[in-house]
Every structure is written in structure tokens, then in C-alpha cells.
Write a protein that binds this ligand. Structure first.
Ligand code: PEP
Ligand code: MN
Length: 337
């Protein structure tokens, strides 16, 4: 429930309502706005009787929010959230960011070479999986902690913040020690214990859309993280399952402007996993930026034909360099410097 105050309401009116909401057994979160203050009511599991509140001084109206997400919604938080990843700002109004790197960290040489190259091309962050959620158990599963160490070394040498996937709630402490941005992959979007643990840390989270998740389920998953106190969440569209098999997934670009209407959280796009095909990655990365995405996440490998995972969708160094040049022109055209 959201209690919207009159623009003439005083701080004492807001405090009085906050007290009453607490007495009713709920949490009250004042949300100051430029025109008027609202008070979010949290912790209820169903309809809240508003009769005690409607006639109180300063109350303009009460909105019953029946969505499974509140903290994530624009109703509760009209201003855009800007996520700070080790000094790199992500969100509405900031220059869109580019995250580049291999699907998986494979060796010291591979990750350092890639880090230095993507940095030289102007990337903002380095990605690389150390814990890999592979479809089958007989494929490369990642270098685990050794991979985290190599990624951290590459981050240090290139000066780029690092992004890596976290699969289990048990590993949150370990991954958070190394990563600047912790990625929840599509397969774990509804791993609620993991989301809760990520809500308790003070590092930003990149939450990918599940492959069959509706927008409502996607936002409700983000709500788990915010509900535990971590509002540094970046959403990421990475393609969904449809009847189409010509591409690995179907990139649902319309969710970029849609989620910006529904939520204050930044949203990025991953055209690599969305398409699964190298030749489609750059066109869809550019389309994502035109649709308003706050950044793109792109797989790059020094030798894609030898990659231990996702080689067919990884850009070559030359392909990434060209994409970065095109992105520079595009972001200039879109009004960013
Ligand atoms: C990845 O980023 O390497 C990955 C496994 O992505 P997704 O969870 O989107 O499939
Ligand atoms: Mn991958």
C-alpha cells in the first residue's frame, strides 16, 4: 500500500502516520518526492484495511499496490536508481556502459589478454565466468576460485571493474571478495535463497532474466534482493525461449522501455546469449542502446573457435573493436559524451 500525502502535509503528519502503520504491525517507508511525500507500507501479506488512515491529516489518497514487487516499482520509488560499480555509474542519464569479456575464464593468458584489449577499445567493465551454469555436467564447469583469482588479476592489470556469476548462496562471501558486480544467471533468476543472500551484501548485483520468466516474475525476483536491503541491482534482458529456433533465444527488446516505465532500476541487454550467433551480436547491441538500455554485455574471446564455452556467439577482437567504434558514434548521436 502507498499513502500519498498532500503537498501541504507537514513532517509531523508524516511521522504520525508512520507511527500508526507501525502499530498496525507493518513497516513504513517515507518516500520524499519533489512535489509531495508518499509513505510505502511494507510487510503486509494481503489487503491492508485503510480506514484508520484515510481521514488522517495530510493524507491525499491511498493506493493499494497488489503487485508482487513494490520496492522495485516506480510507484514506490519515482526517481531512477543509479548503480555504482566500483566507480562506474549505471542507470538512466548516465552514458551507457559496455561490459566485455569471455564467457568463461579459461587461463591467465586468455583473461589478461582480453582484459587489456577490451580496456583499450573503451569497455567499462570486464566479464568472465568462474562458476559456469552449463546445461550438461560433462562440459567445462569453470575454474571456480582459481578463475576468480585470475579475473581479479586481469581486472587489476586493466583497471576494469569485474563481473562474474554467482550460482550458490554458499558462495556469496567468496565471490563478493573478488567481484565488483555479482551476476545472477538466467538459470538462477528464481533461486530465492541466493537472491536473499545477495540482498544482504553491499555489492551491486546484475540480475539476468530467466529464460521463461515474465516481466512480473523478473521484477519480483529483483524484489527479493531489495527486500533484504540491497537496492544496487541492475536488470539484464538476455533473450527468452519462444517457438523460434533460428536464434538461441528471442531478444525481447521491448522490455527495455517497458521496464523503465515499471521500475526505477537500470536495465542492460546481453545480445550474446540472446542471439547465440556472432554476426547478430553487434546489430542487436546497437539496437539495445537505441531502445534505451543502460548498457550492453558482450562476450569476446581472443580465439573464439577454441573457446571452452559459447565460442559461436563470442566476438573476435576485431569484431569487438569495430562494435566499440560504432557504439561511440551511436552514443554521441544519442547525446552522451
Ligand atoms: C553468461 O553470462 O555466461 C551466462 C551463462 O548467461 P545466461 O545466464 O544469460 O545464460
Ligand atoms: Mn556464455
Amino acid at each position: 500500500m502507498l499513502i500519498v500525502m498532500n503537498h501541504t502535509a507537514t513532517q509531523a503528519d508524516v511521522d504520525a502516520i508512520t507511527e500508526i502503520v507501525k502499530e498496525m504491525g507493518f513497516r513504513a517507508e517515507p518516500i520524499p518526492g519533489s512535489e509531495r511525500t508518499a509513505i510505502g507500507v511494507l510487510g503486509n501479506h494481503g489487503y491492508v484495511d485503510d480506514s484508520k488512515i484515510l481521514d488522517l491529516p495530510g493524507v491525499q489518497r491511498v493506493i493499494h499496490v497488489s503487485k508482487p514487487y513494490k520496492l522495485v516499482s516506480r510507484d514506490f520509488h519515482p526517481e531512477d536508481t543509479i548503480v555504482d560499480v566500483a566507480g562506474v555509474k549505471v542507470g538512466q542519464g548516465c552514458r551507457p556502459v559496455v561490459v566485455g569479456g569471455p564467457c568463461a575464464v579459461e587461463s591467465e593468458e586468455q583473461i589478461i589478454k582480453t582484459a587489456l584489449f577490451v580496456k583499450k577499445c573503451g569497455a567499462d567493465m570486464l566479464r568472465g565466468g568462474a562458476f559456469k551454469p552449463r546445461t550438461g555436467p560433462h562440459t567445462f564447469q569453470g575454474l571456480r576460485e582459481e578463475g576468480l583469482k585470475l579475473l581479479a588479476k586481469a581486472g587489476k592489470e586493466s583497471g576494469l571493474p569485474i563481473v562474474t556469476e554467482i550460482m550458490s548462496p554458499d558462495n556469496v562471501g567468496l565471490v563478493a571478495e573478488y567481484a565488483d558486480l555479482l551476476q545472477v544467471g538466467a538459470r538462477n533468476m528464481q533461486n530465492f535463497d541466493l537472491l536473499r543472500e545477495l540482498g544482504k551484501i553491499r555489492k551491486p548485483v546484475l540480475l539476468k532474466r530467466g529464460m521463461s520468466a515474465t516481466v512480473e516474475e523478473f521484477l519480483a525476483a529483483a524484489e527479493y534482493i531489495l527486500a533484504e536491503g540491497n537496492d544496487q541491482v541492475i536488470l539484464c534482458e538476455r533473450g527468452i525461449r519462444t517457438f523460434e529456433t533460428a536464434t538461441r533465444n528471442t531478444l525481447d527488446l521491448s522490455v527495455v522501455p517497458l521496464i523503465k516505465e515499471m521500475s526505477h532500476l537500470p536495465i542492460m541487454v546481453d545480445p550474446s546469449h540472446a542471439t547465440g550467433k556472432r554476426s547478430l551480436v553487434s546489430p542487436m547491441a546497437k539496437a539495445a542502446l537505441v531502445s534505451g538500455a543502460d548498457g550492453v554485455l558482450v562476450e569476446v574471446h581472443p580465439e573464439p573457435e577454441k573457446a571452452l564455452s559459447d565460442g559461436p556467439q563470442s566476438l573476435t577482437f576485431a569484431g569487438f573493436d569495430q562494435l566499440m567504434n560504432e557504439i561511440r558514434l551511436l552514443t554521441g548521436f544519442l547525446g552522451y559524451r
